[in-house]
Ligand binder design. Structure first.
Ligand SMILES: Nc1ncnc2c1ncn2[C@@H]1O[C@H](COP(=O)(O)OP(=O)(O)O)[C@@H](O)[C@H]1O
Ligand SMILES: [Mg+2]
Length: 411
């Protein structure tokens, strides 16, 4: 029996919906409420499978509420309702993770059709998540974006090698998303030949689910990493909107534990969306004045966006370069702690790019490879720790703690 909660300000509408739904055999209306606070309180305790949420519920944005609930209750089916919705309403509802929008006034048939189809989705979601979690523990996913306002600073080098380490060593499904929509180069760095790219996702956006998503990914065979490649031609970049990026990440989260995003330095709206939807942003910088200047601006922006120190980790690339700027100078100038260091190693880095062979596989014992393994392990441990903080009753984490690995730790 599916458990349904109705949230609508009008008592008449609630009654009408209740009657329509109670006529269905496989449904139980567990409650009907008119207040957003009550919605939040009920969902967990009442074990709600499907929420019918009116857009005009008083007391704050229903879209914000929807997004929050979807983030907290990942199986929850969500149908929004509302009078004469505009395109923008539909867009906002989808962005908030709503499964459908039923315009008012509606009749019992329209409502129950929508309810059945969303309940099928909920069931699928449940099965997929159960499958993905089998033997993997029920730990939520972690999205890590590698960003820098500076080009050529090593973002793609870090994103590719970090994702490969996670895929090989964490034992959990890992995917790398190339958001350099104009000039993506992850396919070259990993020597993969994508048949489809993020550009192909657009035509199927409405049907996008984890299974369909798989058909757009390319496997890096040496590591098992999945890659969502950038469009093959720069002119396709514009077709990829904020909405596409959000939806892609939302669907990837259902199946992948680690989602690494490589970004362009140019701060377009899709990049910002990716940063917003990330749990962690690795802000990569280097020992030169221009990089430091740009990084300072980026840090100020992230502070404005309320990304806290838990979210933004500063990583210094080519940290051993002798250029007259010291690590202390960097921390003082930026007023921010450096979480990890990647040494300069032109021979290893350049051969690796030229051969499309990530150095964490081909040269695992080099310092540069080890420095990236450390970052990867910190990503893993942070995630396990967050999970334990939220679920203190959970069993010991499957990952062994390593001594001295705390370079990306909170300070
Ligand atoms: N630590 C490093 N040591 C040596 N070369 C590096 C290092 N980091 C990056 N590089 C090289 O710098 C170039 C630019 O790196 P890339 O990852 O493409 O930068 P971005 O993605 O930020 O534009 C590449 O040739 C890469 O191999
Ligand atoms: Mg790059």
């Amino acid at each position: 029996m599916a458990r349904v909660l109705i949230a609508d300000a009008s008592i008449d509408t609630r009654r009408m919906m209740r009657e329509a739904l109670e006529a269905e055999q496989r449904l139980e209306v567990v409650d009907d409420v008119d207040d957003p606070g009550e919605v939040q309180q009920c969902i967990g305790p009442l074990n709600v499978d499907l929420l019918l949420l009116d857009r005009d519920l008083p007391g704050g944005s229903a879209y914000d509420l929807a997004a929050k609930l979807r983030a907290q209750h990942r199986h929850l089916g969500l149908i929004m309702t509302g009078n004469t919705p505009s395109i923008n309403d539909l867009r906002q509802a989808m962005q908030a993770g709503s499964d459908d929008f039923v315009p008012k006034p509606f009749d019992a048939v329209t409502l129950s059709q929508s309810v059945s189809s969303v309940l099928r989705k909920v069931e699928q979601r449940r099965q997929q998540m159960a499958a993905a979690e089998m033997g993997l523990g029920s730990v939520p996913s972690k999205v890590v974006a590698v960003y820098s306002p500076q080009g050529g600073v090593g973002k793609s080098m870090l994103a590719a090698n970090l994702a490969v380490v996670l895929a090989r060593e964490s034992g959990r499904p890992t995917v790398l998303v190339d958001l350099n929509l104009q000039f993506g180069d992850i396919d070259l760095m990993l020597n993969v030949t994508p048949e489809r790219t993020i550009a192909a996702v657009i035509q199927r956006l409405n049907q996008l689910d984890p299974d369909l998503m798989e058909s757009f990914l390319t496997e890096h065979e040496e590591s098992g990493l999945k890659v969502l490649a950038a469009p093959a031609r720069p002119e396709y970049a514009d077709t990829i909107t904020v909405f596409v990026v959000e939806k892609v990440l939302q669907v990837l989260r259902e199946r992948y534990t680690y989602i690494i995003i490589d970004t362009p330095s140019f701060l377009q709206d899709t990049t910002l969306t990716a940063l917003d939807n990330s749990d962690q942003v690795i802000l990569l910088t280097a020992l030169d004045l221009l990089a430091l200047h740009n990084t300072k601006t980026a840090l100020a922006m992230m502070e404005k966006l309320r990304y806290g120190p838990d979210k933004v980790k500063l990583v210094l690339n080519r940290s051993n370069a002798d250029v007259g700027i010291s690590v202390d100078d960097v921390e003082q100038t930026l007023e921010y702690d450096i979480s990890a260091f990647i040494p300069s190693d032109g021979r290893v880095a350049v051969t690796s790019v030229n051969e499309g062979d990530p150095f964490v596989i081909s040269q695992p014992r080099t310092q540069i490879a080890q420095s990236i393994r450390k970052i990867a392990w910190q990503v893993v441990m942070d995630r396990e720790q967050e999970f334990l903080d939220e679920n203190p009753e959970a069993a010991a984490p499957p990952v062994k703690r390593r001594r001295g690995g705390g370079l990306l730790g909170r300070r």
